[in-house]
Design a protein around this ligand. Structure first.
Ligand code: ZN
Ligand code: ZN
Length: 361
């Protein structure tokens, strides 16, 4: 068994989901700087139809690493750990007002969940409001800090992007709540994930392969490569695709790296898009290294990714919110800042937000 993303720990408790229906794809209409975006796909697949990574299979560590890790995770469910991120109150009033004026902003809700407002759209990345990142609500990696903005305080959400089906990124309860809250919200997922949403009553779904894009409310949303994997059930490893996402509007561009290990795709993505105004990069979930390294960035690699992407500003995410892996909860931001400074990335460009904090970009 393989557990590089700890939110998949309890995945063995549930049945495998069936492969998703064929994607309905829209041909990308590409602006001049993004003419080559289609060349970033399609995602590679093996003979058995499962998705693979361009750089070859991921190493997951042997049983001697995995078993003690699993036992530490189970034990961790019964005790708290120090070092959770600071939080600031955010009642959403500015964000709801800003939905009309659209000062470009990013708000950290927690983990990989960001609310971004730019070019008169409001969208969410990997929205997760649940108390545990798990198939069951009573067990699994639990949330240390409440979501930075209450779901009911959000502005109207134009669209949602989901990077992959691990429980800390694809939270069905939250997606269902968002769909019920606003029938105009569109949900974009990588190939093979749409069926799970539709079975949960979410119909306005777009399934994209790497290199494909959709235009929504005047911005273009691109599904792009990442180096990761997927699993929700017993036998569904890599049946559904994983991805990163770029959102490009008339005045701003934003990149969400999803969950990923280091790969040379960052430089290619940076080249095709001519850099980004803001890139959200995962900086946590890197220990034990033998299990985590291929599928997650450590803070130093996250800084390398920011440079390769040509991102003018960056924000660290995917740390401190859920108790997923072995490193201390407050180590990722410290190492991210320490690695960014010598690269000329001052704290005002390589950001670590407080949960609930809104910052213009
Ligand atoms: Zn993952
Ligand atoms: Zn994750």
């Amino acid at each position: 068994m393989r557990y590089p993303c700890a939110a998949a720990l309890l995945a063995t408790l549930v049945l495998a989901w069936s492969p998703a229906a064929t994607a309905q794809r829209e041909a990308a209409s590409l602006g001049p700087a993004r003419r080559d975006a289609a060349s970033l796909g399609p995602a590679p697949r093996g003979d058995d139809g499962r998705f693979t990574n361009p750089g070859g299979p991921l190493a997951h560590g042997g049983i001697r690493v995995q078993l003690p890790f699993f036992l530490r995770r189970v034990a961790g469910a019964f005790r708290s750990r120090p070092g959770a991120p600071e939080a600031v109150p955010n009642d959403g009033a500015f964000l709801r007002e800003n939905a009309r004026h659209s000062t470009p902003t990013v708000t950290w809700i927690g983990h990989a969940t960001l609310l971004v407002q730019m070019d008169h759209v409001s969208f969410l990345t990997d929205p997760t409001w649940s108390d545990t990142a798990s198939p069951v609500s009573f067990a699994g990696p639990r949330r240390y800090v409440p979501p930075g903005v209450a779901l009911e305080d959000l502005p109207p959400i134009d669209f949602v992007v989901v990077s992959h089906n691990h429980y800390d990124h694809l939270d069905v309860a939250t997606l269902r709540a968002l769909a019920q809250r606003d029938p105009h919200t569109r949900f974009l997922v990588p190939l093979g994930n749409g069926d799970l949403l539709r079975r949960n009553g979410i119909d306005d779904v777009g399934e994209l392969d790497w290199g494909e894009s959709e235009e929504i409310a005047g911005v273009r949303v691109h599904c792009l490569p990442a180096r990761h994997w997927s699993k929700r059930g017993l036998r569904d490893d890599n049946r559904a695709l994983w991805s990163s996402w770029a959102v490009v509007g008339p005045t701003r561009s934003f990149y969400h790296a999803g969950d990923t290990g280091w790969f040379d795709g960052f430089a290619r993505i940076g080249e095709v898009f001519g850099g980004f105004d803001l890139a959200a990069v995962p900086i946590g979930a890197y220990e034990p290294v033998a299990m985590m390294h291929d599928a997650h960035l450590n803070p130093e690699e996250a800084v390398r990714a920011v440079l390769a992407l040509g991102a003018r500003r960056s924000v660290g995410m995917h740390f401190g919110t859920f108790d997923l892996t072995d490193e201390p909860l407050d180590e990722p931001p410290r190492r991210f800042r320490a690695a960014a400074a010598p690269e000329g990335l001052a704290p005002d460009s390589a950001w670590v937000l407080r949960i609930g904090e809104t910052r213009p970009f």
